[in-house]
Design a protein around this ligand. Sequence first.
Ligand SMILES: [Zn+2]
Length: 106
Amino acid sequence: MQCDLETHFSLNMDKSWITKAKWSRDYVNGVNNFIEFASRSKNLSGKILCPCKSCINRYFLSLKDVKDHLISKGFFPGYVVWNRHGEEHCIIDEYAINDASRGTPK
Ligand SMILES: [Zn+2]
């Protein structure tokens, strides 16, 4: 998977909502943003790993079910880098960029 600008942008996404109250507007908005982001990493059945507190990325569910889980059970708080939902490659790219710039004489 290529690290396009759209995916790259996700690194700067606000994830502070993950720790907010499940009924708060910020949390619900955050869940909607996550579903939209994660929908790009759907498997062949159109499902994604559910990052809720009960599933913790162990089960593939439909976008609707994941949304229901996140609203009713809450987001797994340790999942701050969405590497199971498309962020991994960009993180690696970031390190590569940092390594390259470190070796460049100024
Ligand atoms: Zn779940």
